[in-house]
Design a protein around this ligand. Structure first.
Ligand code: ZN
Length: 216
């Protein structure tokens, strides 16, 4: 941040503290896909988010925290925004729709991604925070591995390529889960997926797509 202080390009940061992950991974071996959640707990994300926020506030630096999966982290980010309005964040549809249970189901290895899915309680809080406007955008950390890529290592979860696709399904998944149920409005979804990302990227404030095209 000091080196880039003249230009201040926005940093996109994946926040998970490595020391914490190593500590928890030493206690939880990777026998099944659900162990991923024990090896990379929410606390790893919260510690990293706290450090990044501290630096962003100290240097008044534009930071965008990607794929927030922890409600505690979202609360920390909201607090830091009051001190530095250059801080923004996103979450991804899978943290709002699924829980760690998906890793315990059949073909759980196909859903491995980092940060991992969280508890039902966290997912519920994340949806409430979504409704309360805690996330600037909804985005997808798009990792288009095929089912064959994932299945190749089905018996050794540690080797399964980590990440899931999302660009093609993001808008429809969010629409079907949260607009249809009345949790957020279509205008809010449009802001989260089109207007706000365009603003953050310094694109035209004009929408790039119509609602009809997004639902297409
Ligand atoms: Zn990431």
């Amino acid at each position: 941040m000091q080196d880039l202080s003249d230009l201040k390009p926005r940093m996109l940061i994946h926040c998970e503290n490595n020391d914490t992950i190593e500590k928890f991974s030493a206690h939880h071996h990777f026998h099944s896909p659900a162990d991923h959640c024990l090896r990379r707990p929410e606390i790893a994300e919260n510690i990293a988010v706290e450090r990044v926020l501290e630096l962003a506030v100290k240097h008044s630096y534009p930071v965008h925290i990607v794929h927030v999966s922890s409600a505690t982290s979202a609360l920390l980010i909201r607090e830091a925004k009051a001190a530095c309005d250059l801080i923004t964040c996103e979450t991804a549809p899978h943290y709002l729709i699924h829980t760690e249970d998906i890793l315990k189901a059949k073909h759980g290895h196909r859903y491995l991604c980092s940060p991992p899915y969280r508890s039902a309680q966290t997912r519920g809080m994340m949806v409430e925070l979504l409704q309360d406007g805690y996330f600037d955008i909804i985005a997808s950390d798009h990792c288009p591995f095929t089912i064959a890529d994932k299945d190749r290592y089905a018996d050794t979860p540690e080797q399964v390529p980590c990440g899931i696709p999302g660009v093609g399904t993001l808008f429809k998944a969010m629409h079907d889960h949260f607009v249809t149920s009345g949790k957020i409005t279509l205008d809010e979804l449009f802001a989260l997926t089109v207007h706000n990302p365009a603003k953050l990227m310094n694109f035209s404030p004009k929408p790039l797509f119509t609602i009809e095209q997004m639902l297409g």
